[in-house]
Design a protein around this ligand. Structure first.
Ligand SMILES: CC(C)(COP(=O)(O)OP(=O)(O)OC[C@H]1O[C@@H](n2cnc3c(N)ncnc32)[C@H](O)[C@@H]1OP(=O)(O)O)[C@@H](O)C(=O)NCCC(=O)NCCS
Length: 176
């Protein structure tokens, strides 16, 4: 069967080969600010590209590794669409009472239900780690993220941001 962007999304490990493909996808079809911290200025600066590579390599060690994170690429029938991550939030060395999730999709894959399915998959991963709560951070200006999280049943908490910026939003999704 040939790869198809209409196939059900699946989470795949970020090997070096996948990392190269994921970086190409991100640079080609996502804003740097949607994917990396603001390093070295706007756009896909060399600093952001280095961060992206190092981030996924460090996350390959998993939640118990030094980065306390795990990432996956989202694959639709062999075609990469974006990435998700889980990050430990608590201080406990052995358990994960809550985990924080992050997600980005390339523009060409948005608005087709892939984010909904990827969030369902990452929720299942978090539950399998034993977490009771999944959290996500966004802003009140991110209509797509708010709709995705609301639709998944998240409780949203809004907090005013300084300097007239859009309020920060913390989403909480119970897993049990
Ligand atoms: C946020 C994001 C992951 C959503 O994924 P997606 O595949 O586009 O979302 P879906 O198609 O599964 O839609 C989920 C819900 O959001 C709604 N939605 C999607 N895009 C929307 C938009 N631009 N504006 C308003 N609502 C939108 C859908 O109608 C759907 O609502 P419903 O369940 O009530 O019908 C994607 O837009 C993205 O990668 N954005 C850039 C990175 C980002 O903002 N990440 C989120 C950080 S928390």
């Amino acid at each position: 069967m040939s790869p198809s962007a209409e196939a059900a999304p699946a989470l795949v490990d970020v090997t070096e080969e996948v990392l190269d493909q994921l970086l190409c996808l991100a640079v080609r079809d996502a804003d740097a600010d949607e994917v990396t911290p603001p390093l070295g200025g706007p756009g896909w600066t060399p600093e952001r590209i280095s961060w992206f590579r190092e981030y996924h390599r460090a996350a390959a060690a998993g939640l118990d590794g030094p980065a306390r994170q795990r990432s996956w690429a989202i694959s639709c029938g062999g075609i990469l669409a974006g990435a998700v991550r889980l990050q430990r939030t608590g201080r406990s060395p052995v358990t994960y009472p809550s985990l924080e999730a992050g997600i980005w999709l390339a523009r060409g894959f948005r608005g087709r239900g892939i984010g909904t399915e990827a969030l369902r998959l990452v929720k299942a991963q978090a539950a399998a780690y034993g977490a009771a709560l999944l959290e996500a951070q966004t802003t009140a200006g991110n209509a797509a993220a708010l709709a995705l999280l609301r639709s998944a049943g998240a409780e949203l908490g809004f907090e005013a941001a300084p300097g007239g910026a859009a309020p920060a939003v913390t989403a909480r999704l119970p897993l049990r």
